[in-house]
Write a protein that binds this ligand. Structure first.
Ligand code: C5P
Length: 215
């Protein structure tokens, strides 16, 4: 593998995507938000009235779905869906969809193909522990659950979403639980990942910490 692969994992709201986007720009490499891929499948399922418990239909649908990233936009079957996938309805269902092994295999296959085509910084839950076990750099970002919920709340409010802090706290706790307990490729720190607690750090400090390792 000649391309540079940087894995950034951790629970929801730890700052992964904000930091990964900045580093992608600095290094002039692609940023891939793998959470957006699972969200896209979930969004499509909701739109098509597929029951989230109906694994067979979800898998069939995922097999017939096209997901692409171009210039920091995510495309679902040719349509940009950057904002549609950020709603609380998608958030509260995505972890159930993401625990389905067959769906993960489809997503992981796409992610590995991206890493073979070009240099990437990829954020998610299982990038360092499963998707790219031999990534050049692996980081695991954490922060306390309340801090993470507050950050997510501010981010969604700024984007104009009508959300309540209580609902975000519940959503994050629920996703942490499902993501870390699922059987196949759960949220876990890879043994060789560098752990960074972002609770008392601003974005620049986390970016600098990571850049020190990469340089
Ligand atoms: O990163 P984000 O919070 O948008 O991810 C949404 C959800 O997608 C996670 O809570 C998790 O259920 C799932 N996910 C995953 N594996 C990844 C990335 C995200 O299971 N690599």
């Amino acid at each position: 593998m000649n391309n540079l692969v940087i894995a950034v994992d951790g629970p929801a709201g730890a700052g992964k995507s904000t930091v990964a986007k900045i580093i992608a720009k600095k290094l002039n490499i692609n940023y891939i938000d793998t959470g957006a891929m699972y969200r896209a499948i979930t969004y499509k399922a909701i739109k098509e009235n597929i029951n989230i418990e109906d694994e067979k239909s979800l898998i069939e649908m995922a097999k017939n779905t096209q997901i692409d990233f171009k210039e920091n936009n995510i495309y679902l079957d040719g349509q940009i869906i950057n904002e549609e996938i950020r709603t609380l309805t998608v958030s509260s269902n995505v972890s159930k969809v993401a625990q389905i092994k067959e769906i993960r295999e489809i997503m992981v296959d796409l992610q590995r193909k991206m890493g073979q085509k070009y240099s990437v910084i990829m954020d998610g839950r299982d990038i360092g522990s499963y998707v790219f076990k031999d990534a050049d750099f692996k980081f695991y970002l954490t922060a306390g659950a309340n801090e993470r919920a507050n950050r997510r709340y501010k981010e969604l409010k700024e984007k104009g979403h009508d959300v309540k802090l209580d609902d975000i706290i519940k959503d994050i706790q629920n996703r942490d639980e499902i993501d870390s307990k699922r059987d196949f490729a759960p949220l876990v720190k890879a043994d060789d990942a560098i752990e960074i607690d972002t609770s008392n750090k601003n974005i620049d400090e986390v970016v600098n910490d990571i850049m020190k390792y990469i340089n």
